[in-house]
Design a protein. Structure first.
Lengths: 151, 743
């Protein structure tokens, strides 16, 4: 099957029900997207599919054929994604960093749909787990991005 | 061990690492290496004398032609910011901007034993505090070598030279040379006598003590940071395992081996001690296949080398068993005459406390990549906190000499104590066997479910307190007898001649002036395998003690904040700290009171002195739909002196999150010898919605430098528990709070 990932076409030989995560990581070698739980619990595997945030560990690869997939590797090619990364660095969000690819994807998806989300919208969208406890830094970074947009 | 740096053209044979590739391209010609020629010697790490420690400059530093500095850190980066701190400390004395540093984990070897206790591990919040003077001196020694090289190259006396960041400067002639231009010559310089080195006056620090940006922030925000689980080498196969449902069980027969071997992508099926494994071309295939294996598991044999988990073990049942233990107990602290004080006391208070088992639940599942090279040597990549100990163990398991083992230590996807040497809880022994068996490199990843099945647990304890109050209601005696097993004695498999300090820390070592006290342990070897969890013994024991102290305050008719101030009246450092957190919160106010949003709230206070630092916490809580909501955490922390206030603030936030997690909702429950939870669905960790606002105040007393990663955690649970007790009138004598019903 053919996948469109980060504006490139890839021919992939995988069973239809293989999770997108493992195609991205093992077949394509794009390891920025992380495996955390395999159950859509933690969000470390978040990618964008047609601009929507999706947990790739439970997304069958056959379901995303013909869709535009974006992984963390191409996030800075997106204007919003680039701003999110800059805010993540500015606010020094990462600790161990393992969940942060997914956090950046979730924030990018939120801000692409809603450039100036309310507090409640931010809370509803930013639900990925972080064991290091970077939640307050994440919140500050997203609020900052939302404020830039509404200002 | 230098191979992968000297042979950039063979990079296909090395793990794919974007940042290193970038480096190899950009510096392929003429790279000056002040380093990597150091023979590693024996695998056994012998502590150098204090005078020699950290003086082998070339083992640590490489300065590239573009002036960037590569530092091999003795300490592992797992989010705590130690690599940035090392760049600040070395850079300060080297006179090189930390932003020009690239920091990676050093290999095993004596050269990197830099801690003042003669060890090299990353743990116990020890990295910075135990290597600070040594790492400063390392930077200063390197600067002296660059100055000497500059003197030779410029043909001027070294005394006429000075430095500015990244450059040797001859002010008299206006000439200067970048460190990158001098490094080749500096390589040949002898390392100066450490006694000849003068360190910078702290008043002149440019980077130490400043909120220098983390070096890994960008890579970790763009997916470029590589963890063990991400690595790949040529010809590599993937492996997954299915563990025995209980530790100690062994593999009988595989009922459907032929069918599994025929599954898509499967290379081979293997039987391992207490596990079956599938090796495949893709990890997904390996995982699917291994989960399809129908194994006849055999009960543990009497000679089992691991701590066998009984079929009837339950965590609640074991807690009751601990509570029933009468002794004998061994004293850790015994001052005054507790028995007499209790006998003569006007008021006596007794209470029994307990905590819960916890998992580490770091986001990166365990993995190990093993490759046997044609010469029989073994190269292995895995997250670890103690490379020398791991290499020795790997060599033993592989039947090799430690010099034949090259251990790489990638970034850790979460620290929390998970990456210590736990015999039954690491994938590398399996990866070694599998790589040997298939004759190709193997990367083994434990699925989240297999990780929850084998993770070592944070210990539980049941603590019986007795205390005596005088006629003013002030505590004059306190006794705590803890039925527990500490993680260190659990790993050893037996009680040592001395008490395991990790069992009682936080009950022991409290600073309150209570004249009669006894802190003792009833050692109870349990069926569950235990390990270190962030803040170790303090993570439970400060909860017990500080919550019981609030009971004493209430019983004696004293405000808990004022009682603590009274009991610390002869301790100016802790008095200052407690007053600081009081001020920070707008003045101590216990409540209950009605907040602006109409919610009823109360506050609790607690203190802890773990890992060489001191912390005071005030928590503000309300009850929302029967659940505890923590609105605010104010935390004042005194680590003596500091290296990076921004990283400290981040570490306090992280410690508060983990502290809230264990307080509010986390619990590893075992029933019938098995964990109830095998993933985050049944083992909830703190989600963003339950995080509190965190306000950090750093108090620099100037005392000996303490730790940062762990000290902010232990006072969180009791501060929350004390606030909840004040708000609800219900004593909190156990964790987590999700077991309570609040209205």
């Amino acid at each position: 099957m053919e996948l469109r990932i980060n504006q490139k076409a890839y021919q992939v030989d995988a069973d239809a029900d293989t999770p997108l995560l493992w195609v991205i990581r093992d077949d394509l070698g794009l390891t920025g997207t992380k495996y955390g739980c395999g159950l859509a619990q933690c969000g470390a595997c978040s990618v964008l599919v047609d601009g929507n945030v999706v947990r790739s560990c439970v997304t069958p690869v056959a379901g995303v054929v013909g869709r535009e997939i974006t992984t963390i590797e191409a996030i800075e090619a997106d204007d919003v994604g680039k701003r999110v990364v800059a805010a993540w660095v500015e606010h020094q969000v990462a600790q161990c960093g393992y969940c942060q690819s997914g956090q950046v994807m979730a924030a990018t998806a939120l801000l692409k749909h809603n450039p100036a989300p309310s507090d409640a919208q931010i809370e509803a969208a930013m639900v990925n787990l972080c064991r290091c406890g970077t939640y307050n830094a994440i919140r500050t970074a997203v609020h900052d991005l939302a404020k830039q947009e509404s200002a | 061990m230098t191979t992968r740096y000297e042979l950039p053209n063979l990079s296909l044979d090395a793990p794919v690492n974007l940042s290193r590739r970038h480096f190899l391209v950009s510096t392929a010609v003429g790279a000056l290496v002040i380093g990597f020629g150091l023979p590693l010697g024996s695998a056994r790490v012998q502590a150098a004398t204090a005078a020699e420690r950290g003086t082998q400059v070339p083992a640590f530093l490489e300065i590239r032609p573009d002036g960037s500095v590569r530092l091999l850190s003795p300490f592992m980066e797992g989010g705590q910011g130690t690599h940035t701190a090392m760049a600040q400390i070395v850079g300060e004395e080297l006179d090189a901007d930390p932003a020009t540093f690239i920091v990676e984990a050093a290999p095993p070897g004596e050269a990197y034993v830099v801690m003042e206790n003669g060890m090299r591990i990353t743990g116990g919040s020890m990295s910075v505090r135990m290597s600070y003077p040594t790492m400063r001196r390392l930077g200063a020694l390197a600067r002296a070598m660059l100055l000497q090289a500059g003197a030779e190259q410029l043909g001027v006396p070294v005394a006429e030279l000075t430095t500015q960041p990244g450059r040797v400067v001859h002010a008299a002639s206006g000439r200067s040379l970048g460190y990158g231009e001098l490094a080749a010559r500096a390589l040949d310089m002898p390392v100066p006598d450490p006694a000849s080195i003068t360190l910078r006056d702290p008043s002149q620090f440019r980077w130490i003590g400043k909120p220098v940006k983390r070096l890994d922030a960008y890579d970790k925000s763009t997916g470029k940071a590589q963890y063990s689980i991400d690595l790949k080498v040529d010809g590599m196969l993937h492996a997954a395992v299915q563990h025995a449902p209980r530790l100690g069980m062994t593999v009988g027969s595989l009922r459907n081996q032929a069918q599994v071997e025929a599954m898509k992508g499967v290379h081979s099926v293997h039987t391992l001690p207490g596990a079956v494994a599938v090796v495949a071309e893709r990890w997904w295939h390996a995982k699917r296949a291994v989960e399809a294996i129908q194994v006849d598991w055999q009960e543990p044999t009497a000679d089992s080398k691991v701590r066998a988990m009984p079929a009837d073990f339950s965590s609640d049942g074991f807690r009751d068993f601990l509570a029933a233990q009468q002794g004998p107990a061994r004293d850790d602290e015994n001052e005054g005459d507790v028995a007499a004080a209790l006998a003569g006391a006007k008021t006596k208070v007794e209470a029994t406390y307990h905590n819960q088992y916890l998992n580490h639940a770091q986001l990166e599942p365990p993995s190990a990549l093993a490759r046997f090279n044609p010469d029989g040597s073994l190269e292995i990549w895995l997250p670890n906190q103690a490379p020398d100990m791991f290499r020795a163990d790997i060599a033993r398991r592989a039947g090799l000499d430690p010099t034949q083992v090259t251990l790489h230590s990638p970034l850790l996807g979460g620290f929390f104590g998970r990456h210590f040497l736990y015999d039954s809880a690491s994938p590398y022994p399996q990866a070694i066997v599998l790589a040997k068996a298939v004759g190709r490199p193997v990367k083994l990843i434990w699925s989240r479910e297999e990780e929850f099945l084998r993770d070592v647990l944070r210990p539980v304890a049941v603590v019986k307190f007795r205390a005596a109050l005088d006629d003013k209601g002030l505590p004059i005696a306190i006794e705590a007898v803890s039925a527990t097993e500490g993680p260190t004695e659990a790993i050893a498999g037996k009680q040592g001649e001395k008490l395991d300090p990790t069992a009682l820390e936080g009950l022991s070592g409290k600073a309150y002036a209570i004249p009669n006290k006894r802190i003792a342990q009833i050692y109870v070897k349990g069926p569950a395998m235990l390990g270190y969890w962030r803040s170790v013994g303090n993570s439970l024991n400060d909860f017990f003690y500080e919550a019981f102290l609030d009971e004493l305050a209430d019983k004696g008719g004293h405000d808990p904040f004022e009682l603590r101030l009274h009991l610390l009246r002869d301790n100016p450092r802790l008095t200052t700290l407690l007053q600081a957190v009081g001020e920070q919160s707008g003045g101590w106010k216990r409540g209950p009171y009605t907040a602006e949003d109409g919610t009823r709230r109360a506050r609790g206070v607690a203190m802890a002195s773990p890992f060489g630092s001191h912390a005071a916490v005030i928590a503000e809580v309300s009850i929302d739909k029967g659940q505890v909501k923590v609105h605010q955490i104010w935390e004042a922390i005194d680590p003596g002196s500091i290296v990076n206030p921004a990283i400290i603030e981040a570490q306090v936030n992280g410690a508060v999150a983990l502290g809230l997690s264990q307080t509010l909702l986390e619990e590893a429950v075992y029933v019938d010898g098995k964990p109830r939870a095998r993933n985050y669905d049944l083992y909830p960790i703190l989600p963003p919605s339950r995080m509190a606002q965190v306000h950090v105040r750093i108090v620099e007393s100037g005392e000996k430098m303490g730790g940062i990663g762990e000290p902010p955690l232990p006072a969180v649970a009791p501060a929350v528990a004390n606030a909840v007790a004040q708000l609800t009138g219900q004593r909190i004598r156990s964790l987590p709070l999700s077991r309570y019903t609040f209205s």
